[in-house]
Design a protein. Structure first.
Lengths: 154, 148
């Protein structure tokens, strides 16, 4: 761990613990993360008994070297973007802990658990009502979106 | 609260002097903020975060932001510090995820959560909240002043 910046040291620790004790249905692509510690791909399975049972998703985490003071940029990638009222078809996620409510005590693991729980509590598979407009006009980086968190129920 | 701020002297920036232990000096990390895109960042001017997602060079801060940051520095300096002696329950700093080592400089927040001083100061300069319980640090401090 010598010669690493504080953010690299913390990411390395998180990677090790996520590798050893991943939350159920979550796995990190360790090879990719070791090639570039600032960009991870996380695989996520839809939980049994929920609307997403049997589906597989991919999440991308991008970190800056100010992590964990700066929140990670988290988006769904790949060809299966979950259909959910808080997930835009371009993979952007409307989740307050990813911007306004971020805290350096949160981690990749806690973000994954929040997303699993956000998906699991969904009652109806649908896109956000402003999906078409948002996807056309948004920045590539969801952290530049001024999110308006209006609904805590799903 | 009368004596917790550095006294202003002549120029606008003086409010932010004398706080080297707290301020950050990132030299080439400004590309991520939308407010920074027009800048060529070669300078090593101190960088502040008036709010968690906004990064500004000291020279770009509005007067209001300078006052806000100066107040913040004053508040942080009033939070108790100490040296980790191995007797506390907290074993790990949740910010860097490293275990405390006897002799580490730590800071105690009013909610009793403990962090490495360098880790928590970096966060408090962005947001005056406890990372673990989200308790606002300034409100708790003001309450403790009132009750004393």
């Amino acid at each position: 761990m010598a010669g690493m910046s504080p953010s690299e040291r913390r990411l390395q620790k998180e990677l090790m613990s996520l590798m050893k004790e991943p939350p159920p249905g979550v796995s990190v692509d360790v090879d990719l993360a070791e090639q570039n510690l600032l960009q991870w791909t996380v695989h996520m399975e839809g939980v049994t008994g929920t609307l997403y049972e049997g589906e597989r998703f991919q999440l991308q985490f991008k970190f800056t070297n100010k992590y964990p003071f700066d929140s990670p940029e988290v988006t769904f990638i790949g060809n299966n973007i979950p259909v959910h009222p808080h997930v835009y078809s371009n993979g952007h996620i409307c989740l307050s802990i990813l911007t306004d409510d971020w805290s350096p005590a949160l981690s990749v693991q806690s973000v994954c658990l929040s997303i699993v729980s956000m998906l699991s509590s969904c009652k109806e598979k649908k896109r956000p009502s402003d999906n078409a407009f948002y996807v056309k006009t948004c920045s590539k980086n969801p952290k530049k979106t001024k999110w308006w968190y209006h609904d805590d129920s799903v | 609260m009368g004596n917790c701020f550095k006294r202003a002297t002549t120029d606008d920036l003086s409010l932010l002097r004398g706080s080297d232990s707290i301020r950050e000096t990132f030299s080439n990390q400004l590309g991520s903020s939308p407010y920074q895109e027009a800048l060529t960042v070669q300078s090593i001017s101190p960088v502040y975060n008036p709010s968690p997602s906004v990064t500004s060079l000291v020279t770009q801060l509005t007067e209001e932001e300078q006052v806000k940051i100066a107040k913040r520095i004053g508040l942080i300096q009033h939070l108790p510090t100490g040296t980790y002696d191995g007797s506390k329950k907290a074993r790990e700093c949740v910010i860097c995820m490293a275990e405390f080592i006897v002799g580490d400089a730590v800071r105690y927040l009013p909610c009793m959560h403990t962090y490495h001083m360098r880790c928590i100061d970096d966060w408090l300069m962005r947001s005056l909240t406890c990372p673990s319980c989200m308790e606002p640090v300034d409100a708790a401090l003001l309450t403790s002043y009132e009750t004393n």
